[in-house]
Design a protein. Structure first.
Length: 298
C-alpha cells in the first residue's frame, strides 16, 4: 500500500470535554490544551468516547474543534487533531464528513456501526463509502464490546488497501486477533492500542503506539515507556510499566471519563468534574482513592 498520508504513531490523547453548568467550558478547554501542548503526545482526538462525543450537540462539536485548533495555533504546537465520529447510518456518516470538510482537523477516528451488527461485507462497504467521501485520513475504531460487532482481520486488511484508511484503534479484546493483525498488516497501516491496561504488552508485540485516556495523567511516564522500548531498553520499560500499571485500573474503576475528570478537577486543570448523563460523577469511595493517589505526587 502506498500512501501520502501521515501515519499516526506514538502516544495519542483522546481529550476529555470539560463542562460547567451544562455547557462546554471553553476556559478549561484552553487550559488543558496549554498543558498537553507541552507534553510528549503525538496527536489529539476530540469528541470521541472519552470526550463524551455522543452527548455533544453539533454546535458544541464545532466549537470544540474551533477552540482547540485556534489554541494550538496560538501556542505554536502543531499537533494532529482527529475528530471522533460514530453512527449506524452510512448516509448520515457521509453527510457528517461532508459537513466537517472545511473544519480545522487533520483526520477522523470512526467507530464501527453500533447496535445494528452488520456483516463483514457491510462493514467493508460502510468504511469504503466513508473513505470515498473524505480526502482526510481515517482511523478505524474497532471496539466490539461497545458496538456489538467485531471488524475481523480479513476485512481490516481489505480496508487497509485504501490510501486514506491509515490505521486502527484496536480494542478488539482478543489478543490472538490483535497479534495476527500486527503480524500481517501493511507497513503503512498503523495499529494503536486503545486498551490502556495493555499498553506495554501491545508495544512489545509491535503496536505503533496507543490512544490512551489514562495518559491525561502522568503523560510523560506513558510516553517514556514507548521510548524505552524503541531504544531497546526492555528491562527499564518493564520496570516503569510495573510502577504505572495500577493507574489505568484506578481511572477505569468506574465508567470513564468520570474518574479522569475528577482527577483533573482536583489538580486544578478543569473548573468542574461535571459529566453528562447517563454518565455520573465518581463515587465517594473512588474519589477518596484518587485523592490519595494525587497526594503521592504532590
Amino acid at each position: 500500500m502506498q500512501t501520502a498520508y501521515p501515519i499516526p504513531r506514538g502516544l495519542w490523547l483522546p481529550l476529555i470535554t470539560p463542562f460547567r453548568d451544562g455547557r462546554l467550558d471553553e476556559a478549561s478547554l484552553r487550559r488543558l490544551l496549554g498543558v498537553y501542548a507541552h507534553e510528549p503526545i503525538d496527536g489529539l482526538i476530540l469528541a470521541a468516547t472519552t470526550g463524551e462525543g455522543l452527548t455533544l450537540d453539533d454546535e458544541e462539536v464545532r466549537r470544540l474543534v474551533a477552540v482547540s485548533a485556534a489554541e494550538l495555533e496560538r501556542i505554536g504546537r502543531r499537533l494532529p487533531l482527529y475528530l471522533g465520529l460514530s453512527g449506524s447510518d452510512t448516509r448520515k456518516m457521509t453527510k457528517a464528513l461532508e459537513e466537517t470538510a472545511s473544519w480545522p482537523i487533520d483526520g477522523y477516528l470512526i467507530a464501527c456501526p453500533y447496535y445494528t451488527r452488520p456483516s463483514q461485507e457491510g462493514l467493508f462497504q460502510h468504511f469504503q463509502a466513508l473513505a470515498d467521501h473524505t480526502a482526510r485520513p481515517i482511523l478505524i475504531y474497532n471496539i466490539p464490546y461497545r458496538t456489538g460487532v467485531n471488524l475481523g482481520n480479513e476485512t481490516m486488511l481489505r480496508l487497509a488497501e485504501r490510501a486514506n484508511i491509515v490505521g486502527v484503534k484496536d480494542c478488539c479484546a482478543d489478543p490472538t486477533q490483535s497479534f495476527d493483525l500486527l503480524r500481517r498488516r501493511p507497513q503503512a497501516f498503523s495499529v494503536l492500542t486503545g486498551e490502556d491496561a495493555l499498553f506495554h504488552g501491545a508495544l512489545s508485540q509491535g503496536a505503533d503506539g496507543g490512544i490512551l485516556a489514562s495518559a491525561h495523567i502522568r503523560t510523560q511516564d506513558f510516553a517514556r515507556i514507548r521510548s524505552r522500548l524503541l531504544n531497546g531498553d526492555q528491562a527499564t520499560a518493564l520496570a516503569e510499566w510495573y510502577a504505572l500499571a495500577d493507574l489505568p485500573r484506578l481511572l477505569f474503576a468506574e465508567p470513564s471519563p468520570a474518574p479522569i475528570k475528577y482527577w483533573l478537577w482536583r489538580a486544578g486543570l478543569i473548573d468542574s468534574a461535571e459529566v453528562r448523563l447517563p454518565m455520573t460523577p465518581v463515587s465517594e469511595g473512588l474519589a477518596a482513592r484518587i485523592d490519595r493517589e494525587i497526594a503521592r505526587f504532590v
